[in-house]
Design a protein around this ligand. Sequence first.
Ligand code: ZN
Length: 123
Amino acid sequence: MTSDLFGNAVATAEDAPGGFRCAWCGTWVLLDQPDPHRRFCGDPCRSKAWEKEHPRVPVQNLGKLTRAEKILERLRQGKATGLELLQAGGGTRYGARVHDLRGQGYRIVTENEGEWPTYRLEE
Ligand SMILES: [Zn+2]
């Protein structure tokens, strides 16, 4: 046992059989009451460890592309008819999504206006 400036007893790691080392940052933690379930010095370390074990996926990207993103992915593989965009997951309103993509600055050319127009991405 050592003492601080005010003469209070300060436990050191060596003195602390009831302590444990934080599983995240390695800080020695002393508990008044031993708690065998506690693994971290505090909430910040507990949440960091939790986030590492359970990586967060952005909400808009839970393994699911937006319709516009699917259309973009399809067009990056080469030109596609409206039917192909629809089949790629672009939805029945693929034309509106193509319009949105153009609004975002993608140069998408419509090559013919037949029953199924053909779209081509210029990169
Ligand atoms: Zn910690």
